[in-house]
Write a protein that binds this ligand. Structure first.
Ligand code: ATP
Length: 551
């Protein structure tokens, strides 16, 4: 209801604007709206997908030039617009793919977006017969009121579609993928795909904004691709606030009006003032104006909420095969062979604890099973399927769940939203054990503020909510007091008894191992040197030699 009022008031004011504003003011408002749509487009990349682009004017410029070129050369407008949209989307696709392939996507994203913008600016400057060179091309305006309403309607439709997208299942996946790709992959989300789509949509919206800009500006010249516009839109978005609709529009309109009214005669003072506002906002209101308002409205609660979307179970085929079969798994880091031909089988309903001295290769083995590291040699089968080449999220969709040594949850969401996220694509709706139900009902705190033991409980609740058939746990009791550790062991045994899922647990604490393990496998120098019951493994001479230091 409150959201509807939030949007209804500006919608009515905007619809009535031509009746109360002078032609000049209306033109400034129209320009502000095109810039607002541009900032809204950038928000899909920077705000929603966490992909910083400092050359987004490349896409805006493509749209503007499409309109100008069509008019100058009398090309069919629809073909020109479609070409610009397809070109922008293809460029964005390539940039996103290259950026997200890097362990630190920000650096390649910044360089590539910047590079493409400069390249297009150079092209627009050089091909004078086609583009008009440095002077650019003029674009006719059908009249200030017509242009205003056209801009308003297109912006409203684009924002409507964008809002639908961010409230959909895709939007929920994007929230997780942008904030914690590691945990998002562990809930079965293909984070590269989701963020790539967001970046392409962002570029498309910015291209559309550029097509609206051309008749408003009346002239399209090479700086439309330039760094000045790209940084301006970053400032509008930072000031207005990311992950918001009104914030970027409001900031773009106000700052564009400021630029038009003050900037022309007081250019350097205006720029100085803008820089001061930007620094102030970054320091004092890191979420921008919209972030500050949201924080005030949701005092104490998570500022980000997961859209409510229906649970759509994925189909997992039943099998009698073991949950996990490893044969001859090897992995080296440079010259160091960390895993050296590991053979291991984990069957449903059993918990295998992996023990071994520090540096034996236990965590590396879990990372290979989870898909975070690729083995150099050997076979890896999950539930009967060759899974060696599958990415993390695909293994999760087969039924793998994972807890990390340092609990990994979506810190900005409430505990309940974290669990809702984990349930989104689970093959079955799981009733969480009693001990976890408080978290599933907790919408009033932020997961990042939970104590370590509660974050660990939340992570386990998320893993269980995915209805896994094999759970990997890396030192699940690390950092827990004896009572919490006992509760954890009993909860894990209950899960195995109730769901029949298998577990592979790395653990140093022998009391925990005794309470948890059906079988124990001892790893030493990357090889399984003993596998059997706890008593058998502890009594094994090689294990005592390697692990316990006894003769
Ligand atoms: N990414 C990496 N690059 C280079 N070496 C690595 C990498 N990851 C692990 N290692 C090395 O591989 C060896 C095995 O590490 P791993 O963390 O798997 O052992 P672990 O048995 O889990 O040890 P711990 O019980 O101390 O956690 C160590 O010598 C470690 O330094």
């Amino acid at each position: 209801m409150r959201g509807a009022v939030f949007f209804a008031v500006p919608a009515v004011l905007l619809a009535a604007a031509p009746f109360g504003l002078s032609a000049f003011t209306l033109a400034v408002l129209t320009l502000g709206l095109t810039y607002g749509l541009f900032a809204y487009g950038l928000d899909l990349a920077w705000g929603r997908a966490g992909m910083l682009s400092i050359g987004h004017a490349a896409f805006f410029g493509l749209g503007a030039y499409a309109v100008a070129l069509a008019e100058k050369h009398q090309w069919p407008l629809a073909v020109a617009l479609l070409s610009a949209l397809v070109a922008g989307a293809m460029i964005a696709l390539v940039i996103a793919r290259i950026g997200l392939a890097s362990a630190v996507p920000d650096a390649p994203l910044i360089l590539l977006t910047l590079g493409v913008g400069l390249l297009l600016q150079k092209a627009a400057t050089s091909f004078t017969p086609v583009t008009g060179g440095p002077n650019g091309l003029t674009v006719s305006d059908p009249g200030v009121v017509t242009t205003y309403y056209r801009t308003l309607v297109v912006a409203a439709v684009v924002v409507g579609l964008g809002s639908w997208l961010v409230r959909s299942r895709f939007g929920a996946q994007l929230i997780a993928a942008a904030r914690n790709p590691e945990r998002a992959e562990q809930t079965g989300i293909d984070t590269v795909r989701v963020r790539t789509i967001a970046f392409v949509v962002s570029a498309t919206v910015s291209t559309i904004a550029g097509t609206l800009y051309a008749p408003v500006a009346g002239l399209v010249s090479p700086p439309v691709f330039g760094l000045a516009l790209s940084t301006s839109v970053l400032v509008w978005l930072a000031v207005g606030g990311r992950e918001s609709v009104l914030g970027p529009f409001l900031a773009a309109v106000v700052l564009t009006a400021g630029q038009q009214l003050i900037g022309s005669s007081w250019q350097s003072w205006y720029l100085l003032g803008l820089a001061a506002v930007f620094i102030l906002v970054v320091q004092v209101l890191p979420g921008g104006v919209a972030g500050a308002v949201r924080g005030w409205l949701r005092r104490g609660r998570a500022a980000v909420t997961l859209p409510r979307v229906r649970h759509r179970p994925r189909v997992v085929s039943a099998t009698d095969e073991p949950a996990l079969v490893l044969q001859g798994i090897s992995k080296s880091f440079g010259p160091v062979r960390v895993l050296d031909g590991v053979d291991l089988t984990v069957t449903p309903g059993r918990c295998v604890c992996l023990i071994g001295p520090n540096g034996a290769g236990k965590s590396t083995l879990l990372a290979v099973v989870a898909g975070q590291l690729a083995a150099d040699a050997g076979t890896l089968r999950l539930f009967g399927r060759d899974a060696a080449a599958l990415p993390v999220h695909a293994r999760v969709r087969l039924g793998l769940g994972r807890m990390f040594q340092i609990p990994s949850v979506i810190a900005e969401l409430s505990p309940a939203d974290n669990i809702r996220l984990a349930r989104l694509g689970a093959p079955a709706e799981i009733e969480l054990p009693e001990a976890y139900q408080d978290l599933a009902a907790d919408d009033n705190t932020v997961a990042g503020s939970l104590a370590l033991a509660d974050r660990r409980r939340l992570e386990l609740a998320m893993v269980l909510s995915g209805a896994p058939r094999l759970v990997l746990l890396d030192e699940p009791a690390a950092g827990l007091g004896p009572d919490d550790a006992r509760r954890l062991v009993s909860a894990l045994r209950d899960v195995i008894a109730n769901t029949g899922c298998a577990m592979l647990v790395v653990e140093h604490d022998m009391d925990i191992v005794r309470g948890l393990a059906d079988d124990v496998a001892a790893l030493h120098h990357g090889r399984v040197i003993a596998h059997g019951s706890m008593d058998e493994v502890v009594a094994d001479a090689a294990v005592r030699q390697a692990y316990l230091g006894a003769s």
